[in-house]
Design a protein around this ligand. Structure first.
Ligand code: FES
Length: 170
C-alpha cells in the first residue's frame, strides 16, 4: 500500500489539504462583495452618523471672567469657538446671556425657540423680547407670551479659577 498522502499512484487523498476550486471562487466572490459593500455603504453610514456624533460631542468653552459679571444682573457676552468647517478651521462668534446669582451663573442662549431670531434682554422689564414675532420670555427664559413653543435654551456652566465656562456642542 502506498504511504503517501496525495499521489497519482493510488486513490488515497487527504481532503484536509485540498480546497476545491468552487470554495476558492465562493470565498473570492464573498471578499469582493464585502469590499464593494464597504466602499459603497461605508461613506454613506459615515455621512449619516456624523451629525449624531457631532451633536453628542460637548466641550467647555471659556466665555468671560467671573468678576465681569455683576451679581443679580444679566449681561450679554460674546465668545469665539474655533470649529472645523469642511477641510478648514473657522472662528465662529456666539452670543450668550449670563446672569450671576448667589451661588451660580446661569447661561441663556439668545436664539428664540420659535424661528431662531436673536432675543434682546430688556433690563427694566426683566424680559427677553424677540423682535421677529413678539415672543416674550421672563428672566429665567420661560415663555411669557407669543409664538415660541418652549423656554430659551440654557447652557451648563462651570466656574474654574475665576473663569466662566459654558458647555456647548463642539
Ligand atoms: S422667532 Fe422669535 S417669536 Fe418668532
Amino acid at each position: 500500500m502506498c504511504e503517501c498522502r496525495n499521489c497519482n499512484h493510488c486513490d488515497k487523498k487527504d481532503d484536509s489539504l485540498t480546497v476545491s476550486r468552487r470554495k476558492v471562487m465562493a470565498w473570492s466572490i464573498g471578499a469582493i462583495n464585502l469590499a464593494v459593500f464597504g466602499a459603497v455603504f461605508g461613506p454613506v453610514l459615515g455621512f449619516l452618523g456624523s451629525p449624531l456624533k457631532a451633536r453628542t460631542k460637548k466641550e467647555w468653552v471659556p466665555v468671560c471672567g467671573l468678576d465681569e459679571l455683576e451679581p443679580g444682573k444679566t449681561k450679554e457676552v460674546t465668545y469665539v469657538v474655533r470649529v472645523k468647517d469642511g477641510y478648514t478651521m473657522a472662528d465662529h462668534r456666539y452670543a450668550l446671556f449670563l446672569k450671576r446669582e448667589a451661588n451660580e451663573v446661569v447661561a441663556i442662549d439668545p436664539a428664540c425657540t420659535h424661528l431662531g431670531c436673536k432675543v434682546q434682554y430688556q433690563e427694566k422689564q426683566g424680559r427677553y423680547l424677540c423682535p421677529c414675532h413678539g415672543g416674550v420670555f421672563d428672566t429665567e427664559g420661560n415663555v411669557v407670551s407669543g409664538p415660541p413653543p418652549k423656554a430659551l435654551l440654557r447652557h451648563a456652566v462651570e466656574v474654574r479659577d475665576g473663569q466662566v465656562f459654558v458647555q456647548r456642542n463642539a
